[in-house]
Write a protein that binds this ligand. Structure first.
Ligand code: 5AD
Ligand code: FES
Length: 357
């Protein structure tokens, strides 16, 4: 049975479903009144997603290939000042063997994710990207390596990288400065996203839900920011404190707000590739299934060798750190089947279908 929702919130959701855009105040109204209208939002989000992507759920094989990081983001478990983190790097052979295993399991996108590790020069990365592409020409390569120069992004694109994930973390400069040390700049982050777009990458932005100091107004502005940026992917997940960071005592983000934001993002950017993230699965055992039912259509299971999994701890209690990739994918298939969706063997590229006639 559908819960009661007031005329104002349902009218706003109808408007969003039709026009794919609201004002910041309208988004804010919905966020504040989410308890009464979340089911109606999710119904609309699922409808629009199915028009574009059907019941398909795309999987991306995540290879966490280095946890060295020169940055010191206040929230992140692999920040450089966390002396408790055991650092590791995978070499090219390790990475290629993750891809081999992933390919056999049906993955057609590999995501190379790491901290900002200067050991991985352009030359080394270009060689790795070219090697993956040569072996798996039918696969997409997504990079998630943080902030690099225009020239570096260009070299990696020319080597064959297709997509790049760089969460902006927050669209508010003043909020950004509360989450990052002085030497990191909001402008540079946004500039990197612009450069990636210029270079023809499919680009993913994103933010944490419930990060310290975030307000509901900030969340409303995230949607305005995303609409303007118009990325192909958006990664969001709840903030989860990490025991060895300054934010260890901060509250974690909530499932309900994360799901609501997923629904709003789907209606704002109907074609978006939207993961139900591991962080969401970490704070709720059914988080990823709930994410799919709120409008998400991507999952990013871990392909990293089990021996390093526990070392890539961005936040406490991260799930799936003990299982082989094959077990993870089997578990996910069952979970997704139970929601009425299906995991497909596909690169899962962005679809440009225009819903507004
Ligand atoms: N809680 C949730 N997400 C986090 N990330 C980093 N630290 C945390 C945390 N404590 C996210 C950031 C980053 C992505 C790789 O992981 O948004 O961009
Ligand atoms: Fe590594 Fe933030 S701590 S990029």
């Amino acid at each position: 049975m559908q819960k009661q929702h007031t005329a104002i919130s349902s009218n706003l959701i109808d408007k969003l479903a039709k026009e794919h855009s609201l004002t910041a105040n309208e988004y804010l109204y919905l966020i504040k009144n989410r308890a009464e209208c979340s089911e109606y939002l999710f119904k609309n989000a699922v409808d629009v997603r199915e028009k574009i992507y059907g019941k398909d759920v795309y999987i991306r094989g995540l290879i966490e290939f280095t946890n060295y990081c020169k940055n010191d983001c206040l929230y992140c478990g692999i920040r450089r000042s966390n002396k408790c983190a055991q650092r590791y790097r995978l070499n090219k052979e390790d990475i290629l063997s993750c891809c081999k295993q992933g390919y056999e399991l049906g993955f057609r996108t590999f995501v190379m994710q790491g901290g900002e590790d200067m050991f991985f020069t352009d030359e080394i990365l270009v060689d790795i990207v070219k090697s993956i592409k040569a072996k798996y020409p039918d696969c997409a390569i997504t990079l998630s390596l943080g902030e690099r120069s225009f020239e570096s992004y260009k070299a990696l694109k020319e080597a064959g990288a297709d997509r790049y994930l760089l969460r902006h973390e927050t669209a508010s400069k003043s909020h950004y400065e509360k989450l990052h040390p002085k030497e990191m700049s909001f402008e540079n982050r946004i500039n990197c996203l612009e450069n990636l777009k210029k270079l023809g990458y499919q680009v993913g932005a994103g933010f944490m839900v419930g990060s310290p100091f975030q307000t509901e107004e900030d969340l409303a502005n995230e949607l305005i920011f995303l609409k303007k940026l118009n990325p192909q992917m958006v990664g969001i997940g709840p903030f989860v404190p990490h025991k060895d960071t300054l934010f260890k005592e901060e509250k974690q983000g909530t499932v309900d707000l994360t799901l609501f934001m997923l629904g709003l993002i789907r209606l704002t950017l109907p074609n978006i590739l939207l993961p139900a993230t591991t962080a969401l699965g970490t704070i709720d055992p059914l988080g990823r299934e709930k994410g799919i039912k709120a409008g998400a259509n991507v999952l990013m299971p871990n392909l990293s060798p089990v021996s390093v999994r526990k070392k890539y701890m961005l936040y406490d209690n991260k799930i799936c750190t003990g299982d082989e990739a094959a077990q993870c994918i089997e578990c996910l298939k069952q979970r997704i089947n139970s929601t009425g969706y299906k995991i497909v063997v596909d690169r899962g590229d962005y679809k440009e279908i225009n819903l507004i006639k």
